[in-house]
Design a protein around this ligand. Structure first.
Ligand SMILES: Nc1ncnc2c1ncn2[C@@H]1O[C@H](COP(=O)(O)OP(=O)(O)OP(=O)(O)O)[C@@H](O)[C@H]1O
Ligand SMILES: [Mg+2]
Length: 403
């Protein structure tokens, strides 16, 4: 099935296709060209390494396009199964004489390969390099682990730099133009800076922003970005509290999150069941309920010093619910209650503004209008009345949804 246009990932859709489109990696482009020119002399493999989203995979594909190479792409799991590996490479070897077209082997993201012989992985890759008949391009994020020693020896090492924010701005501007987005430079620059050299992250953020289509050319976006930054912080904090054992740092972890403790409470509450089960779940809820007691006291009696306790139960209390650290990735959820409270307040606003208009028109007090609201709401549903009170579309919609 074809995906809807709007769901296509922009970092795929707008992936760079030509040597001169790739920014800030001039050195890598030169090294790659030299590597091809020299082959089969010199090293048989070229190893691109650097942070995510800096253009490693893209440069490999660009080489394919510009030289019209045929690419045989291998992934980590191919190395775990010798037969599978041979099967994948067989057509490359067999057709060597049939077509003049050059061939390359791409081994993308070797970070996960194991150095153990029986697990399959690095030893097989080394073997492949030693017997290589075609140039091999390998990509990785980090290559300084000792397990990559042999691989480093056999490969031409080419570092990829984190991409400069000014280059990222230019990339984003190009995509914004193609997508018909009208964003001001300040927003583009702040996206570029925030991505810390990761072009993919910057493009993803741009796409996220574009999905708020009626906001795209206003300054309302800045708070939106801030909100997202805060979410990144709270995700980090939750990860530390839920995954790690207690440390001095985790006690203070929420200090680095720019959200009120009330909101942090909702985030913790929402995510406990995604991380804990059984006994842990019970203990975590116990800590949460004590935090809630303090929360209530703070609210009712303005006992601000209880904030410290609420904070401790939300950090240490939740962290101590487990005995062992947790591994693996957890997709933390945005609290649904926040959304409900927000929608409720929004709706409440319409009620208030309608009451003000009604009170003004009927010359009664706002308090009286408020008390009468339930009796007069059916009258307020009348379009003529709505016109006379000069109600906005949103106020009318609010009335319509009332039963
Ligand atoms: N230096 C760059 N110049 C222009 N665009 C870039 C650059 N680096 C990355 N991009 C764009 O960012 C996206 C991701 O790039 P790519 O997949 O090549 O990253 P990568 O280095 O392979 O990352 P990873 O380490 O996560 O695999 C693509 O859309 C690509 O066009
Ligand atoms: Mg890649």
């Amino acid at each position: 099935m074809t995906k809807g246009k709007e769901y296509q990932n922009w970092s795929e859709k707008h992936r760079v296709l030509k040597f001169d489109e790739i920014k800030g990696q001039g050195h890598a482009v030169i090294e790659l060209k030299k590597f091809f020119d020299n082959f089969p002399h010199g090293k048989k493999a070229i190893l691109f390494h650097g942070s995510p989203g800096t253009g490693k995979t893209s440069l490999a594909y660009i080489a394919r396009n510009e030289y019209d190479f045929e690419v045989y792409e291998l992934n980590a799991s191919d190395f775990r199964n010798k037969e599978q590996l041979e099967m994948k490479l067989k057509p490359a070897l067999e057709q060597a004489s049939l077509f003049k077209r050059g061939k390359i082997i791409l081994v993308d993201e070797v970070d996960g390969l194991s150095s153990l012989k029986d697990r399959g992985g690095l030893p097989e890759l080394i073997e492949l390099i030693d017997g290589a008949q075609f140039p091999i391009i390998i990509t990785a994020n980090k290559i300084w682990d000792s397990k990559f020693g042999e691989l480093r020896k056999r490969s031409l090492l080419v570092p990829f730099k984190d991409v400069d924010y000014r280059d990222i701005s230019v990339i984003l501007q190009g995509i914004a133009k193609k997508e018909g987005l009208n964003l001001n430079n300040q927003i583009i620059t702040s996206l570029a800076v925030k991505s810390k050299g990761d072009v993919r992250a910057a493009i993803n953020d741009l796409q996220m922003i574009a999905s708020y289509n009626n906001l795209t050319n206003s300054s309302e976006l800045i708070p939106l970005l801030d909100e997202r930054n805060k979410e990144i912080d709270i995700f980090q904090a939750l990860k530390i509290v839920f995954k790690n054992l207690l440390t001095q740092d985790s006690l203070r972890i929420y200090d680095s999150v720019d959200l009120p403790l009330e909101k942090i409470f909702l985030w913790v509450e929402e995510n406990i069941p995604y991380e804990y089960s059984g006994e842990e779940l019970y203990k975590a809820y116990e800590a949460l309920s004590i935090a809630d007691v303090f929360r209530g006291r703070i609210r009712r009696q303005r006992h601000w010093r209880f904030l410290v306790y609420q904070n401790i139960f939300l950090s240490a209390g939740i962290s101590l619910a487990k005995k062992k650290p947790k591994i693996g990735f957890t997709h933390y959820q945005r609290p649904t209650r926040v959304l409900k409270i927000w929608t409720y307040n929004q709706r409440d606003q319409y009620k208030k503004s309608i009451i003000i208009k009604y009170a003004k028109h009927t010359h009664c007090s706002k308090k009286k209008a408020n008390l009468e609201f339930n009796f007069v709401k059916s009258i307020l549903k009348n379009p003529d009345v709505q016109k006379r009170l000069d109600l906005s579309d949103k106020e009318i919609k609010y009335l319509k949804e009332l039963n």
